[in-house]
Write a new protein. Structure first.
Ligand code: ZN
Length: 349
């Protein structure tokens, strides 16, 4: 008899100690199964009572029932304590609406987009209409109609990406190398006077370095009317340079060659960051001039091919790289930074 009641006391003591360290519902339930469940420790003692002497059975039964009630009461108390603790911790984590909000990072326009918009704003004020054209272009528009026939060495200046598909079995498709195809497309569907600015992405199949990318943005300019001369070209670009880089800017035209203009020129703007002779100038590197674009008078053959009378109509065209202008304006030394997607770079502008 003594040994059984001792066993009950031992179960009760160990069980109460174990219950005190049960910290959540799962461990409390495991405790209940182990102590009070159908195969539990105390249940086992109660089952064994039937085999005892009548007098002993009574004493052990009373003791076992007392222990069972104590443990069941302790179980309920522990469940309640754990529930309250969980509630208190949830309240501590609850949203405090009086705290100041976390700042949300506000996005901004990509630097190339900012500069493209500024370029176009100026040309729009000068009376140019902004139009866009396809990036996947026909060979005919990208090269042929611009006086760059197949096997012409000038094609080397614009190596590009070609598609396998052909249209009408003869004309290959390519990613346009410049926005100049829109000169042809627009002239074919419009009559002079024409004043358009054509922004858009262009593609070149070439190795990339600090000044060359395989994808670039251009803005193309085309003006066709009676009596248009080089003076109009220079005046337009001079006004553009002054609105972009500040009053007093000068424009220099230097002889160059593009198959679709005659004469063709390279256009440079004088340095806005130094007097023009500072060898330490990071913008012009001491040359005093910043190469901005190619330009020229539209070739008479192109005017004639558009169905206009080349004796009556003349025009000028110009094409600039937006990234090139952006590099000069923003002081960027590597063109690849624009599309490297590094927010530390982009957030500066
Ligand atoms: Zn300079």
């Amino acid at each position: 008899m003594t040994s059984t009641t001792d066993r009950i006391a031992e179960i009760e003591r160990d069980a109460l100690a174990a219950l005190a360290s049960a910290e959540d519902d799962a461990s409390i339930e495991a405790w209940r199964t182990r102590v009070l469940g159908r195969s539990g420790e105390l249940t086992g003692v109660l089952r064994g009572i039937g085999g005892l002497e009548a007098e002993e059975r009574k004493a052990v039964g009373a003791e076992a029932n007392r222990a069972k009630q104590v443990l069941e009461a302790a179980l309920e108390a522990r469940r309640e304590a754990v529930r309250r603790a969980a509630l208190a911790s949830a309240e501590a984590d609850a949203l405090d609406v009086t705290l100041p909000g976390r700042p949300v990072g506000i996005g901004r326009l990509h630097p190339v987009t900012q500069v493209r918009r500024k370029i176009l704003d100026v040309f729009e004020r000068l009376g140019f209409q902004v139009i866009e054209g396809p990036e996947v272009e026909l060979d005919e528009y990208n090269f042929g109609a611009l006086r760059i026939p197949e096997h012409h060495p000038a094609r080397d200046m614009w190596d590009t990406f070609w598609f396998d598909e052909e249209v009408d079995g003869k004309t290959p498709l390519l990613l346009r190398t410049h926005t100049s195809p829109m000169q042809i497309r627009h002239m074919q569907s419009h009559e002079p006077p024409i004043r358009v600015a054509v922004p858009g992405k262009c593609y070149r199949y070439e190795a990339t370095d600090a000044t060359h990318e395989w994808m670039l943005e251009q803005v193309e300019l085309l003006a066709i009317d009676e009596g248009i001369s080089m003076a109009n070209l220079k005046g337009t670009l001079e006004e553009w340079a002054r609105q972009m880089f500040g009053p007093g800017r000068k424009v220099m035209l230097r002889n160059s060659y593009f198959p679709f203009v005659e004469p063709g020129v390279e256009v440079a703007v004088d340095c806005f960051a130094c007097p023009g002779d500072d060898p330490a100038c990071s913008v012009c590197r001491g040359s005093g001039w910043l190469e901005m674009m190619g330009a020229g008078m539209v070739h008479p053959e192109i005017i004639e091919a558009a169905g206009y009378d080349p004796e009556r109509y003349t025009g000028f065209a110009a094409g600039m790289g937006v990234e090139r202008v952006a590099m000069v304006m923003l002081g960027v030394s590597d063109i690849r930074d624009f599309h490297a997607n590094d927010p530390r770079f982009l957030a500066q502008f």
